[in-house]
Design a binder for this molecule. Sequence first.
Ligand code: 5GP
Ligand code: ZN
Length: 135
Amino acid sequence: MVQENCIFCKIANGEIPTRTVYEDEEFRAILDMGPATKGHTLILPKSHAADLYELPEETAAKVLPVAKRVAALLKEKLGCDGLNLVQNNGELAGQTVMHFHLHVIPRYENDGQRILWKPTEPGAQELDEVLAELQ
Ligand code: 5GP
Ligand code: ZN
């Protein structure tokens, strides 16, 4: 289903022209207009889902194979040295467009980007408590 006023629905379904890297029946992979690095690609499902929580399982299962194809393309054509997959859910986590998308970010020597987190040191007890909460 497509959601009115959703820009990524319009882009994914070809209503708004965009730079398409890959397309199949269910997905369109496009160049990000504000790329972290050369070739930064977004994989968009054509059917609207706001985020990972809303994404149907069957669609979720098809996203990673698309990411593999895009990753191979970026390596072959652009010669990237590494690659990050990033997927933000919710404003707090940095999501700005509320239509599920997976970032495929090629990495290059000295590209000046830092797509990492700051590790913490919780200790064994705290980790055990988290595990208990999840069980
Ligand atoms: P988010 O922060 O939601 O994970 O990522 C949204 C991404 O979409 C950003 O990297 C932003 O540059 C990109 N973006 C937003 N609007 C458009 C658009 O209209 N066209 C393209 N190609 N990229 C967009
Ligand atoms: Zn949408």
